[in-house]
Design a protein around this ligand. Structure first.
Ligand code: FMN
Length: 277
């Protein structure tokens, strides 16, 4: 089969997961293309037999740019599809939203996979959450999911795979999905600080404009953020000059309160023995 794996990945975790799946599917003699949503045309998926869509979890959701991209793809006419995501232990609604977006295009979602990923968001002093993830075991799980998918499709099954995450097909309930319902982009723009530019340090290299997932950064001639910024702080994280900063004392407090090991275990997806820090 001709399989397209479309992914969005800011720090490489989702890409690694996609590549682990692709390697397993290639061993089963499928033609597999791993395609970056940011640089692929929607038409790139037209001729595939199976479509996989993968993304990180952002604030309990599928990232806004991913949902926007999915609205632009051609109709899927019942094509078998699967969704996958990486997250830092509290996936919220990410898989469910991906499924809904693919179904809205007419795709038949047969499964959903959730992997782990090291979290670089957002405050520099709180990096180091789930360090080294996805590690070998995480990638082995992605691989096992891909092999189960191969078996499922080879058997002609059109329903949902038994190996699928339930929250890919059922709207998840609980604390973090609720946080996700509240954490809408407009509210995040109010409560999370806007990156501030130090013009003396910025060398106008344009990397922030090129890499901004929501196309919110413009060089005029210095970088300026528009009103659609999703507060992912990717611009700050990748700036070679470290010209973008903001005050994070309040954000750190919020993150430590909401995204600590105890809460993530009680209300999120953390397994016994697994730690956020
Ligand atoms: C803006 C932003 C918001 C995030 N929100 C969540 C979240 O709500 N829950 C969670 O488990 N992880 C969250 N994360 C962590 C990412 O989902 C995780 O690091 C993911 O593996 C990143 O994938 P990538 O390397 O492919 O970009 C967030 C990361 C970013 C950048």
């Amino acid at each position: 089969m001709n399989i397209a794996l479309m992914y969005f990945s800011q720090t490489g975790n989702t890409l690694k997961t996609a590549e682990a799946m692709a390697a397993a599917l290639r061993e089963k003699r499928h033609g597999v293309r791993v395609l970056d949503m940011c640089t692929s045309a929607p038409a790139d998926i037209k001729n595939c037999d199976v479509l996989g869509v993968g993304t990180p979890c952002f604030e309990s959701h599928a990232p806004e740019p991913v949902k926007a991209w999915l609205r632009t793809i051609p109709p899927l006419y019942g094509k078998p599809c699967f969704v996958f995501a990486t997250a830092g232990g509290v996936p919220g609604r990410v898989l469910y939203e991906l499924t809904r977006a693919v179904q809205a295009k007419g795709g038949t979602v047969v499964g959903g996979f959730l992997g782990r990923g090291q979290v670089h968001h957002p405050a520099p002093c709180l990096t180091g959450r789930l360090p080294g993830r996805p590690h070998a075991d995480d990638l082995a799980k992605a691989r096992a999911f891909a092999l189960a998918l191969d078996k499922h499709l080879a058997g002609g099954a059109t329903g949902v795979m038994p190996e699928s995450r339930k929250d890919a097909h059922q709207a998840p309930l609980g604390f973090y999905p609720l946080v996700g319902l509240i954490a809408r982009p407009w509210l995040l723009r109010i409560i999370l600080p806007k990156p501030k530019l130090d013009r003396d340090v910025c060398n106008q290299c344009g990397l922030c404009e090129k890499e901004c997932p929501s196309g919110s950064m413009r060089l005029t001639p210095y970088p300026v953020l528009d009103g659609q910024c999703i507060r992912c702080y990717h611009c700050q994280n990748i700036c070679p000059q470290k010209a973008l900063t903001e005050s994070w004392w309040y954000g750190n407090l919020m993150i430590l309160t909401l995204y600590n090991t105890v809460f993530s275990r009680l209300f999120g997806d953390l397994e016994p023995g697994e730690k956020i820090y």
